[in-house]
Design a protein around this ligand. Structure first.
Ligand SMILES: [Zn+2]
Length: 248
C-alpha cells in the first residue's frame, strides 16, 4: 500500500485581522483561526508536519497575538486524543520556520527534522521585517528550531511512495507543501502557501509573504496537483470536529 492517513490536530486558536490571511481584502474585519499540527501515518512511519506554537506567552509577549489554548489543545494532549505517543514520531517536516509552525520540537526526541535548505538559510538571517516571525537572534530571541537535528532538503522530493515535498516559495523563500496519497486521493498540506480555502476560492494570495507573485504561483501549483487541499489556518478543515481524519 502506498497510501497514508492524515490527521489534523487543533493546537490553539487565534483571532487575527483578516487581511493577514487574504491580501488587501476585508481589511478591518477579524477571523478566528486554528493552529494546526498534522500527523501522518503509513508504511511503518509516524510523521508530524509542523509542531505549532510553543506557548501562549510567546504569542502574546513576542508576536503581540492573542492565542488561546485549552487543555485539549496542548500539543501533547492533542496527540493523546488520537492515541499517539510523541516519542514514536520518526520524522518532523517543517513547512517553514515561522514561530507558529516549529515550536514544540522537544516533544519528539526520536525524530529527524526536515526543512528546505533555502528556508534554513533565510531563517538564519531574515529581512528586518520578518525577524520577529522567525524569532530571530537578531532581536535577542531564541528560534525554536535551534538545537535540534535539522536536516535540509533542496527543492521537490519524494520521501516515500505517495509522500512528496513540493517547494512552494512566496510566503517564505523555502516554504514547502506536503503532498500525500490517501485512500481518498492526493491531499496536500499546504503550509502557509495557502492560509484558508478563501485564498483558493477567491484567488487571493495569503496576506503575509516575501513575494506575492511567487505566492500566487505556489497556490495555483498546489491546487493543480491536489484532489484535496488542506490549508494551514482554516477551521473548515475540522468540519466542526475536534480532530479531522483524511484517508484510512
Ligand atoms: Zn508562516
Amino acid at each position: 500500500m502506498d497510501t497514508w492517513k492524515i490527521v489534523a490536530l487543533d493546537t490553539g486558536t487565534s483571532i487575527l485581522e483578516k487581511s493577514i490571511l487574504t491580501y488587501l481584502t476585508d481589511v478591518g474585519t477579524s477571523i478566528r483561526i486554528p493552529r494546526v499540527m498534522w500527523y501522518i501515518e503509513g508504511q511503518g512511519h509516524r510523521i508530524m508536519v509542523d509542531t505549532s506554537v510553543e506557548s501562549e506567552t510567546i504569542a502574546r509577549d513576542v508576536i503581540g497575538e492573542n492565542l488561546t489554548r485549552g487543555p485539549e489543545q496542548e500539543p501533547r494532549a492533542a496527540l493523546a486524543l488520537i492515541g499517539v505517543d510523541p516519542a514514536s514520531i520518526d520524522l518532523v517536516v517543517f513547512t517553514h520556520l515561522h514561530w507558529d509552525h516549529c515550536g514544540n520540537n522537544n516533544l519528539f526526541p526520536q525524530a529527524r527534522f526536515l526543512a528546505q535548505r533555502r528556508e534554513i538559510s533565510y531563517a538564519a538571517a531574515p529581512g528586518t521585517f520578518f525577524q520577529r516571525a522567525f524569532l530571530s537572534p537578531a532581536l535577542g530571541l531564541m528560534p525554536p528550531y535551534a538545537g535540534i537535528r535539522l536536516e535540509s532538503v533542496d527543492g521537490d522530493q519524494e520521501l516515500w511512495p505517495g509522500l512528496e515535498l513540493l517547494h512552494c516559495p512566496g510566503h517564505t523563500p523555502g516554504s514547502q507543501a506536503v503532498r500525500v496519497k490517501t485512500t481518498q486521493g492526493w491531499h496536500t498540506i499546504s503550509g502557509d502557501a495557502i492560509f484558508t480555502y478563501e485564498n483558493l476560492n477567491r484567488d487571493i494570495p495569503p496576506g503575509f509573504h516575501i513575494n506575492v507573485d511567487q505566492s500566487m504561483e505556489s497556490m495555483h501549483r498546489i491546487a493543480r496537483v491536489s484532489d484535496v487541499v488542506l490549508p494551514s489556518h482554516d477551521y473548515g478543515v475540522f468540519a466542526g470536529q475536534p480532530v479531522a481524519e483524511f484517508g484510512t
